[in-house]
Design a protein around this ligand. Structure first.
Ligand code: NAP
Length: 489
């Protein structure tokens, strides 16, 4: 493997919620992979913190099991795992009480290392932890905090949360995670857009017909039914993940690839985003799997709310009112229990102004597709002559812009989004994290849409298990002479 890894400065990372699902599935295995890659210094410390009573040895056992289960194929040998585990310890702490805080304060005392506190707990505890970090003298100017989604459930709660965190920390200490921003392809999108002369002149309403963003999941609500039913696809996916992808695809070139320069441009996109017309929004709820209802129940059964009006699917059409994009539709779509797990941004360019190939007129368009999962990569569909005899027949072929072969995938290290983002926290780089005003602007756009449904008593349309969502979502594009990209793996 080619090592381009630059070790980060040594650090102390406290993971509140260090025994939880996210810590076990993503954060700790990710840190281990960074350790294996030589990026995590040998004297860095990771301190798990949660209410469960256990000692550091017990915590190491738990982390060892988590890495075995979720570590992925990059996990390295047992001796290395042993060395990694030695850097871990555990403190039983109650975010809402005083237990454990003195011990944590003692552990963090007098170090001149990077100090980071990961709030991998329910958002209701963010304020309690921030307050106690300050009370116990750990909120000094060098400390960084990482907060998970959801960041509020509407503008009011997001504002309140920003205000609470701002009481104890400056904005440059707060890292609001959206793991979509840590994906390799999302960063590659920025490289392709802003590192090439080729695309920028075409990147506007004059040449782009429309843009689609799809985040399709095959899973249902699973064990999160109670939470999800109070949230829905708009709050859970559109307000954060799809909005962030929309920003990156639509923003103006920032003056520098620097945190505030990038985030200023993203904010301008959100503020220029039109409110969709009510008939430009389609909401859906998935149905049970036929003949297998017990295992894969429909949405309302899964959330145990027979009258639920929460959407597990949403498709909408919006526009961005600025010089670059006025008149270009942006279609967003996300849902559960769809036909395949797939996240993709598609830029569909306009037809050539005149086709000299008569029988092919209007049948070929350049399509840039940015695939986030699975099989991350960027391809550009170009039209060429079908090789061989038989006259001038045109076909579309994909030009692979991830240059997998040129870079030799065996030699390029794959880094998970969480790993990258945690290392960015340690480096002090906020470029891939959401700023408070961005989050608020996203809620300011989202709230009136949700309020509209509530005022109209809007009921989501049922859609088949394993489908592309309700048929009305197809109509959204079809009535404008367009079609969604197929949801495939
Ligand atoms: P989880 O499995 O329920 O874990 C919650 C953690 O918080 C546990 O370690 C729990 O341990 C600890 N905790 C609960 N009450 C506490 C208290 N009063 N004081 C100290 N620790 C306390 O939740 P999760 O799925 O890991 O999610 C954590 C956060 O990440 C949430 O904000 C969630 O929305 C977000 N998130 C999760 C995922 C995911 O895939 N899981 C994805 C995106 C975002 P004790 O019970 O021992 O205290």
């Amino acid at each position: 493997m080619v090592s381009r890894v630059i070790p980060v400065d040594t650090f102390d990372l406290v993971i509140f919620g260090g025994t939880g699902d996210l810590a076990r599935r993503k954060i700790l295995p990710g840190l281990f992979r960074r350790f294996c890659a030589g990026q995590m210094p040998a004297d860095a410390r990771i301190i798990g913190a949660a209410r469960s009573e256990m000692d550091s040895a017990g915590y190491r056992d738990m982390v060892r099991a988590a890495i075995a289960e979720f570590g992925g194929e990059q996990a390295c040998d047992d001796a290395t795992l042993g060395r990694f585990l030695e850097q871990l310890s555990y403190i039983a702490i109650d975010a809402r009480g005083d237990g454990g805080w003195a011990e944590l304060q003692e552990a963090m005392k007098g170090t001149d290392r990077v100090e980071a506190y990961y709030f991998s707990v329910a958002p209701a505890l963010f304020g309690d932890i921030a307050e106690r970090l300050q009370k116990w003298g750990m909120a000094d100017a060098g400390a960084r905090i990482v907060v998970e989604k959801p960041f509020g459930r509407d503008l009011e709660t997001a504002r309140a949360l920003n205000k609470t965190l701002a009481t104890y920390f400056n904005e440059d200490q707060i890292y609001r995670i959206d793991h979509y921003l840590g994906k390799e392809t999302v960063q590659n999108l920025m490289a392709v857009r802003f590192g090439n002369m080729l695309f920028e002149p075409l990147w506007n309403s004059q040449y782009v017909d429309h843009i689609q963003i799809t985040v399709a999941e095959t899973v249902g609500v699973g064990g999160r039914g109670e939470y999800y039913d109070k949230s829905g696809a708009m709050r859970d996916m559109v307000q954060n993940h799809l909005m962030q992808l929309l920003c990156l695809i639509a923003m103006e070139p920032p003056a520098r690839f620097a945190p505030d320069a990038v985030r200023d441009e993203k904010l301008k996109v959100i503020r220029a985003l039109d409110q969709p017309e009510p008939h430009h929004v389609v909401r859906g709820q998935y149905q049970a799997e036929p003949m297998n209802e017990a295992e894969n129940p429909g949405y309302r059964t899964a959330v145990e709310n027979a009258r639920s009006r929460t959407e597990s699917f949403i498709a909408l059409r919006t526009e961005i009112s600025n010089w670059r994009w006025a008149g270009t539709p942006f279609y967003l779509r996300t849902g559960k229990r769809m036909s395949a797990r797939s996240s993709e941004i598609t830029v569909v360019f306009k037809d050539t102004p005149h086709s000299i190939f008569e029988e092919d007129a209007g049948r070929h368009r350049n399509v840039l597709s940015i695939r986030l999962q699975p099989n991350e990569g960027i391809t550009l569909g170009v039209t060429i002559k079908e090789p061989g005899p038989g006259g001038m027949r045109l076909i579309d072929v994909p030009l692979d812009m991830t240059f997998a072969e040129a870079l030799n995938p065996e030699e390029v290290e794959q880094v998970d989004a969480y790993e990258r983002l945690i290392m960015d926290v340690i480096r002090g780089n906020q470029t891939l994290f959401m700023r408070g005003d961005e989050v608020e602007a996203a809620w300011a756009w989202t709230d009136p849409i949700i309020e509209g449904w509530e005022a109209r008593n809007d009921v989501p349309k049922p859609y088949d298990f394993g489908s592309a969502g309700p048929t009305d979502a197809d109509q959204l594009l079809r009535r404008e002479g367009r079609a969604w990209r197929e949801v495939t793996t």
